[in-house]
Design a binder for this molecule. Structure first.
Ligand SMILES: *[C@@H]1O[C@H](CO)[C@@H](O)[C@H](O)[C@H]1NC(C)=O
Ligand SMILES: *[C@@H]1O[C@H](CO)[C@@H](O)[C@H](O)[C@H]1NC(C)=O
Ligand SMILES: *[C@@H]1O[C@H](CO)[C@@H](O)[C@H](O)[C@H]1NC(C)=O
Ligand SMILES: *[C@@H]1O[C@H](CO)[C@@H](O)[C@H](O)[C@H]1NC(C)=O
Length: 967
């Protein structure tokens, strides 16, 4: 088994045995060929035709039987240097050789610790040399090709192309159309004979996006709705001249190509299995049924394998009389089960979607009962709790493919932890970070590794988790995932250290072919070229394991005097202005090299050290002043606000019994009972639940306020509410910041009724007789009078244009101002000036957009694909822009989202303009009134600033709750 972060080793298992087998196969093939020749050319009569036919068949059976025990993977004779002389099998002739000069090269070798300062030569689809390149190699390459492209990288970072071990690229394609969901067959829980390649959409918009994030190779898996969903295939993402799905596959197995080329080795096959909730839900089965499905299927395969082995032992012994007693014989096989037979022969890299300890245990038992290895467990939320169990897997512990942070949406994901990568790595288990694209946009797979690093995974292993480790887990570690001579020329040139937040490719090579225009690059602060330092999470990691994934998340509440030292920056809210505004008290403190002191009592700042104030006064440092929090050169920043997810209304998203539930919608859900129709707009505040894990994790990450609208997918949503994420319950001090904030509707192509019907309904609510519209009309009155914002979830630019016209009509005919906000707004950049002119706010709930469906297909992707991003275009036009999230587990990453936007703005926005995107701009867009929002929470960051990737939130100053809460 691959060891944690070990350099890619040449295959070392069964080498000499393999050599013998190969010689045997060669000999038998030769016999078969000679027999065939004899049969064809010799005149009939010398030997009877029947005998010749029998001899041919016998030779074929001997060859077949010799091959069934051959292990998959490159043979001992495989050598990367002989590859260099012949060129890659994926080489596109005409590709110019390329010399990348003067780079910092993270090679992946020496367990990911090797960094080479020097050059890389790419030629014939391969990496020809790394580090010092002998001039003779350069002249040979340029003479052969007639040219040599030379790029001086000026010390930029290079890594191997990113390898995504878990993707649905091409089978759940973008934009999603009902005809393009090829991720799962729903015919049976056991379908080992299906193949993902048969559904691969070669026009998926996500290839280009993923490449722009440095992804060069991906395993395309069937979905997880079946226990055995089918065979997967590993593809390179670049387009090919043939434009076919098959031409994307790297090392296609013989079962796909049916090549008769017997000089090729047996390529690895790949297959998906899934246990737990997904197949159970689709097939209304239990975990017991799922496990039986596996055993039953493997029993079929075992019978065939045993029949083959018995047959072949007779063939090998030359017992032809016995075999041919009743005429010609056939090798026992079955097209439906042959792939599972190959699993039993150890020739398939299994990827098993499996979360909970109980499910992992079932698979470990299965692997031992039927004796097959498991290449990787995916999602694998509880693997970090059961490392000893993983090691009992037949053949050794699998690699574990994880998300960094996307947890808690179902029971089996509830105990997932950001510390899992570190815990597993410390146990010597190989860790992979994966996208499950499009669950996460694989363009940002590197961000998963960055987060794993932030939460304590060793940096070498963090980079290996998206390069060499997944490559090995897919059986391709001999050619991708590492930078070394003779490896595929899949290379990414980054604009910063790859583990620095927002690292963006400048250029991506696949098979030596440049994939990007290479003209768009961001200018980043110098420190982004260095590995970011990470906070100390030992306490949190230990407590997560101790509490089996559910550690207590509430902090200590200090109502007395707290002395906060080492404060280098203080950005808070301007409590006096009419408009919500941030105020920087101090940022750099030349005269305070160790930072300043801030004293807080009852959650109120009573002293801020500075030229005008001395916080060392005896009355301030008296006996009560016992508690000291050292921020170690850190900062106090504004508590951030999250919007867009159902945080506060949802705990385990797929478990209705843990959630507030959806709003019924008169346009989409048919006639509502009169009682409901007459209740008026639904208020989120009435359904809030506190102390959910999503809420508390966001709170501990510097997001102290949520503005949440009622949940629903229809036209009518209801009235949002603003509340404190750290509050214990609705009646606690300061829990509810503002009961009613904005009135929410949603306009979309994907509702049951037409967009024009949705617009007509909205028009009727705005222009119609309020009394006739009943209670709903009464709530909408606040919108009509300009007292509350009308927030419309809308992605599409054409619907946005219609809404801008509606606003103009309304204002012209009534003289009132309509406070309008667009949320979602993936295509808003197309109408940036019109939106600015109309005074409409925009909340981008996907600041790093994805064209997941038709109505948002025209995204502005941002660097390196476009100079501008949607945020920068809207800001430049003068729009009040804010950002949000769509998934509650992402709320905690708000400060990183802001930092990323700021990096993409390339120095055109200030730090406080960036912070405003998830605070004051959002408050304005959603109608959080200044007077109600008296003194918002402030957050304490140790070791850095709000937007730094290396700082750690350690507490909250809450004037509303009159405490300092420390974590
Ligand atoms: C890589 O790590 C493995 C497992 O921790 C260890 O056995 C091996 O010696 C390391 N290799 C190098 C080159 O450091
Ligand atoms: C057979 O495979 C080998 C190794 O990949 C290759 O060099 C050779 O050209 C192939 N032969 C044919 C006839 O395709
Ligand atoms: C960022 O700014 C630098 C110089 O300030 C400029 O060279 C570069 O083109 C800009 N990049 C983008 C994507 O705007
Ligand atoms: C975490 O646990 C380890 C192993 O039990 C222990 O050595 C270490 O001191 C603990 N650290 C903290 C901060 O609790």
């Amino acid at each position: 088994m691959p060891k944690n972060g070990a350099p890619i080793a040449r295959p070392d298992d069964g080498g000499s045995r393999r050599g013998k087998i190969w010689r045997r196969i060669f000999l038998f093939s030769l016999c078969a060929a000679v027999a065939q020749l004899v049969y064809t050319i010799l005149p009939v009569g010398i030997t009877s035709r029947r005998e010749i036919r029998l001899n041919t068949q016998r030779a074929e059976l001997l060859a077949k039987c010799a091959s069934i025990h051959t292990p998959a993977g490159p043979p001992e004779s495989y050598s990367t240097s002989s590859r260099v002389s012949s060129g890659s099998d994926r080489w596109v002739p005409g590709t110019p050789p390329t010399l990348l000069r003067n780079a910092k090269i993270w090679t992946g070798a020496r367990n990911g610790t090797e960094i080479v300062y020097g050059d890389i030569l790419l030629d014939k689809g391969l990496i020809v040399a790394v580090g010092y390149i002998p001039p003779s190699l350069l002249s040979a390459a340029s003479e052969r090709a007639g040219e040599l492209i030379v790029q001086n990288l000026g010390g930029k970072w290079i890594t191997p192309g990113i390898v995504d071990l878990h993707s649905h690229l091409g089978v759940s394609s973008a934009p999603g159309l009902s005809g393009s969901s090829d991720g799962n067959s729903r015919k049976n829980p056991i379908l080992p004979w299906l193949r993902s390649i048969d559904g691969l959409n070669t026009h998926d918009a996500a290839y280009e996006l993923a490449i722009a994030g440095g992804v060069t190779t991906a395993q395309v898996l069937p979905g997880s709705a079946n226990n055995i969903g089918g065979q997967s295939f590993v593809i390179k993402l670049r387009s090919t001249a043939e434009r076919s799905a098959t031409s994307k596959v790297i090392e296609p197995p013989l079962s796909l190509t049916h090549s008769s080329n017997t000089t090729e080795y047996i390529r690895w096959r790949h297959m998906k299995h899934a246990c737990g909730e997904n197949p159970d839900r689709l097939y209304s089965q239990t975990r017991m049924d799922g496990q039986w499905n596996f055993r039953n299927a493997y029993n079929e395969a075992r019978k065939i394998r045993d029949a083959q082995d018995a047959f072949c032992s007779k063939v090998d012994a030359g017992a032809w009389e016995v075999l041919e007693a009743d005429g010609p014989v056939e090798f026992p096989d079955d097209l439906q089960w042959e792939s599972l037979v190959d699993v039993l022969r150890g020739r398939v890299k299994l990827s098993i979607h499996c979360y909970e300890a109980v499910d992992l245990d079932g698979i470990v038992r299965l692997s031992n009962e039927f004796q097959f290895p498991v290449a990787s467990f995916h999602h694998a939320g509880e693997t970090y709790l059961v490392p000893d169990l993983l090691k009992k897997t037949w053949g050794g512990a699998p690699s574990i493919a994880l998300f960094a942070n996307n947890f808690r949406k179902k029971r089996e994901a509830y105990r997932g932890s950001e510390f899992a990568p570190r815990v597993l790595a410390e146990d010597g288990i190989p860790v992979v970070m994966k996208s499950d694209h499009p669950v996460l946009n694989s363009r940002y797979l590197l961000y998963e590794a960055q987060q794993a690093h932030y939460f304590g995974l060793n940096p070498a292993l963090a980079l290996a988790s998206v390069t060499s480790v997944p490559a090995r887990a897919a059986g391709l570690g001999h050619r991708v995932g590492t930078i070394a001579e003779g490896y595929d020329a899949d290379i990414v040139v980054w604009d910063s250290h790859p583990l620095a937040l927002g690292a963006t490719p400048i250029q991506v090579y696949i098979d030596g072919i440049a994939q990007l225009k290479g003209t768009i690059s961001l200018s980043k602060p110098a420190e982004f070229q260095d590995l970011p330092a990470t906070p100390d999470w030992d306490k949190e990691k230990n407590s997560t394991v101790e509490w089996e994934g559910l550690p207590p998340l509430t902090g200590d509440k200090l109502s007395g005097r707290v002395r906060i030292t080492g404060v280098k920056a203080l950005v808070g809210f301007d409590n006096l202005s009419d408009e919500p505004r941030l105020e920087t008290a101090f940022d750099v403190s030349v005269n305070y090299p160790d930072g300043r002191t801030v004293i807080v009592e009852q959650g109120q700042i009573i002293c801020t050290e500075g030229p005008a104030e001395d916080c060392s006064d005896a009355s301030l440092t008296g006996a009560q002043d016992a508690i000291v929090i050292d921020l170690d050169g850190g900062a106090i920043g504004p508590g951030l606000t999250t919007y867009g997810s159902p945080l506060g209304l949802v705990e385990i998203r797929l478990e209705p019994s843990t959630n507030d539930g959806p709003v019924l919608d008169p346009l989409n859900d048919g006639d509502l009972p009169a009682l409901i129709a007459d209740t008026g707009l639904i208020r989120a505040v009435d359904g809030l639940a506190f102390e959910g894990r999503g809420a508390l994790l966001a709170y501990r990450s510097g997001v102290t306020t949520a503005i949440t609208a009622p949940t629903g997918s229809g036209f009518l949503r209801g009235v949002s509410t603003a509340f404190r994420l750290g509050a214990p319950h609705a009646l606690s001090r300061g829990a509810i910041i503002q009961q009613e904030t904005a009135v929410h509707f949603s306009l979309s192509f994907s509702q049951k009724v037409s967009v024009s019907t949705q617009v007509a309904t909205l028009r009727a609510l705005l222009f119609g007789d309020a009394e006739e519209s009943g209670q709903i009309g009464a709530t909408v009155m606040k919108v009509r009078e300009g007292k509350a914002p009308l927030v419309i979830s809308v992605e599409n630019a054409d619907i946005i244009a219609t809404l801008l016209e509606l606003k103009a009509d309304y204002e012209k005919s009534t003289g009132n101002t309509l406070k309008l906000t667009f949320s979602g707004a993936s295509e808003a950049h197309l109408l940036a000036q019109e939106i600015a002119d109309a005074g409409v706010s925009v909340i981008l709930t996907s600041p790093r957009p994805y064209p997941g469906n038709w109505e948002k297909r025209r995204i502005l992707p941002g660097p390196p694909l476009s100079q501008e991003s949607a945020v920068t275009v809207l800001l430049k036009a003068g729009v009040n822009v804010a950002i949000g999230v769509t998934d509650e587990s992402a709320a905690r990453n708000t400060r990183f989202d802001i930092a990323w936007v700021a990096l993409e703005a390339n120095g055109t926005i200030s730090k406080s303009e960036a912070l405003a995107l998830a605070s004051t701009n959002l408050h304005k867009a959603l109608g959080l009134e200044r007077s109600r929002f008296l003194i918002p929470d402030l957050v304490l960051y140790r070791g850095g600033n709000v937007l730094d990737f290396h700082s750690k939130p350690v507490g909250v100053i809450s004037a509303a709750a009159r405490v300092v809460e420390t974590f």
